[in-house]
Design a protein around this ligand. Structure first.
Ligand code: PEP
Ligand code: CO
Length: 444
């Protein structure tokens, strides 16, 4: 198919940093280094995710994906990662209870450091600086030095990602994922949440099931399944100089060992461009963001390019239209895709079409819009007879104040209290769990 890990370099590319000629020499050195480093994930885990996704595509499992909009080096610490994984496990339990299906868990983590931006420059009080493009490229502080792209950040990204991956995998294996912990966290949530009888009922059902298993004699100490969780990783494959050296040929196939799944963003999704070229050559599961301006014909071409043999468990279409637009724009795309005969998994990203500016200038999102877009997504698929396969959220396990609404009733004037994101506003742990409960309550 005339592809190699460098062939993307011959194609037009957007959303890249302005590296100097000197930087490029350094980048080549770093790429050489990374190509000799161990991968972050393994071929086996990439294949295991593909097998799990086959079940999602057949409607036998549900897909939960989430994490920061942009990971940061400064946010890398034990507490943040522990809070994040704990939340993921709580959400997992709610979805399993509701859908009565296994949940495939993919983090936006251990590599989610590169961001597309709507403008190359940011202006504050008349001062103009290059935009922050994620910690893999430059630094968020608003000064000349910080905003200069720095190739060494590729190496820093590698080491942060490896450490993040290893820590989360240790949590997934060492009993932290045990159902007895989920029981305890559920009780904690109920003790602080505003009492909502529907949500309480769902949580009590989960805890009753856990009790039942424990009464039957299954306990984390005698059942591996009760204490372990499969957890995969993903990020946007935006900075291809970083992705390229992770491609390894194993048994005649190319695997990109930077993450189990990689996705292509709404702004770089062009059939004639470098990002599609890169993704079409690798075995990993591939996500494709689908915004309201998506050209259906081109989308089918992209799917055929990345999945020429129409294999199951390979392509995830991530709809991100906005609560207002989804009802108009998604149904024709879903129908077109079904009619074209290409097999895909449909997932909803209810975050990126729902950004609003608060009166005090903060970029935010309303929990009510997010829930509403999810609900529309499920209704649309039900009407069309297709499977609503999963959700994709920007979330943190911390108690931030970045999105409006939820149990805590966060309002505009609260946003400044704990607005810590490096890019888009994330759901906090309570809001994330609440959205899962709402989904299960509405749909199941
Ligand atoms: C993202 O997922 O953070 C993102 C930038 O999404 P999109 O490409 O859909 O705007
Ligand atoms: Co984002």
């Amino acid at each position: 198919m005339n592809w190699n890990r460098k062939s993307w370099q011959k194609f037009p590319i957007t959303q890249q940093p302005q590296y100097s000629a000197e930087d490029f020499t350094k980048i080549e050195e770093i790429k050489e280094q990374i190509s000799n480093f161990p991968g972050i994930v393994s071929k086996t885990s990439i294949q295991n995710l593909r097998s799990s996704l086959v079940k999602v595509q057949r409607g036998e499992a549900f897909l939960l994906q989430g994490g920061d909009c942009a990971e940061s080096f400064s946010g890398f610490n034990t507490q943040n990662l522990t809070n994040y994984f704990r939340l993921f496990l709580q959400m997992n339990a709610v979805l399993m209870e509701g859908f009565k299906k296994p949940v495939v868990k993919i983090g936006r983590i251990a590599g989610q450091y590169a961001k597309p931006r709507s403008s190359d420059f940011e202006e504050i009080n008349g001062v103009k600086m290059p935009s922050y493009r994620g910690d893999i490229i430059n630094s968020i502080e608003f000064n000349e030095q910080a905003r200069k792209p720095n190739p060494n950040r590729l190496l820093e990204t590698y080491f942060h990602s490896v450490a993040t991956y290893n820590f989360i995998q240790s949590l997934a294996r060492d009993g932290f994922a045990s159902f007895s912990n989920v029981f305890k966290w559920n009780e904690e949530f109920l003790s602080v949440a505003n009492r909502n009888t529907e949500f309480e009922r769902i949580i009590n059902k989960i805890n009753n099931h856990i009790n039942f298993f424990q009464n039957c004699g299954y306990s984390p100490s005698n059942s591996e399944k009760l204490q372990q969780a499969d957890f995969f990783t993903s990020h946007e494959a935006l900075l291809l100089h970083y992705e390229e050296p992770f491609v390894r040929e194993i048994d005649g196939k190319n695997y990109c060992l930077s993450a189990d799944q990689l996705w292509i963003g709404d702004r770089t999704r062009k059939i004639t461009h470098a990002h599609v070229e890169f993704l079409r050559g690798i075995e990993n599961a591939v996500g494709i963001k689908v915004g309201s301006s998506t050209d259906c014909h081109e989308l089918v071409e992209i799917i055929k390019a990345v999945n020429p043999k129409n294999e199951e468990g390979k392509v995830i279409l991530i709809a991100r239209m906005g609560a207002e637009k989804i009802n108009e724009f998604l149904p024709p795309i879903v129908e077109n895709i079904s009619n074209s005969g290409v097999g895909v998994i449909w997932q909803i990203d209810p975050m990126h079409g729902n950004i609003v500016k608060a009166e005090n200038g903060y970029k935010t999102r309303r929990v009510s819009d997010i829930s509403s877009e999810i609900l529309s997504f499920f209704k649309i698929h039900k009407e069309l007879g297709t499977y609503a396969g999963g959700v994709h959220l920007e979330m943190t396990g911390n108690d931030v104040t970045e999105c409006l609404g939820g149990f805590q009733n966060i309002i505009d004037s609260d946003l400044s209290k704990r607005y810590h994101t490096h890019c888009d506003p994330r759901l906090n742990s309570s809001q994330s769990l609440e959205i899962m409960l709402q989904l299960v309550n509405d749909i199941c």
